[in-house]
Ligand binder design. Structure first.
Ligand code: 5GP
Length: 114
């Protein structure tokens, strides 16, 4: 199992602005925000990419999405809207090979993909 940057953040070996954590996941602010709010929701379990998910991880993925929407509600931008994204592998723009969900919001986002 590869030890990634995000494993080190989860273990508090590298500093990050942690905004939420529970038994399953840690959420912290992206160091290069692509929106007024940009938070990464990272499972404690090391899973490299979306391709490596199994049926056993179905509840865990649900928890990442629910934690993101709960954060958006707490921070007051759930109704105005936001985006949740998993990048997968090189063409998807993934740079850290520890699965993570991007929560982007806090203002209007560029429409479209690509
Ligand atoms: P990916 O490109 O793999 O989907 O997303 C990785 C994200 O991690 C990027 O948005 C990048 O800005 C963020 N990132 C990279 N290094 C660090 C770091 O040291 N700390 C934090 N908080 N975020 C980081």
């Amino acid at each position: 199992m590869t030890d990634t940057l995000f494993d080190k953040i989860i273990r508090r070996e590298i500093p990050a602005q942690i905004v939420y954590e529970d038994a399953d996941l840690v959420a912290f602010k992206d160091i290069h925000p692509a929106a007024p709010v940009h938070v990464l929701f990272v499972p404690r379990k090391s899973i490299a990419t979306v391709n490596d998910l199994t049926n056993d991880d179905a509840a865990l993925i649900g928890k990442l999405v629910l934690a993101a929407s709960a954060y958006a509600k707490r921070e007051g931008f759930a109704e105005s809207g936001y985006r949740v994204v998993f990048n997968c592998n090189a063409d998807g723009g993934q740079t850290v090979y520890h699965l993570h969900l991007h929560l982007l919001g806090g203002g209007p986002l560029r429409v479209g993909f690509g």
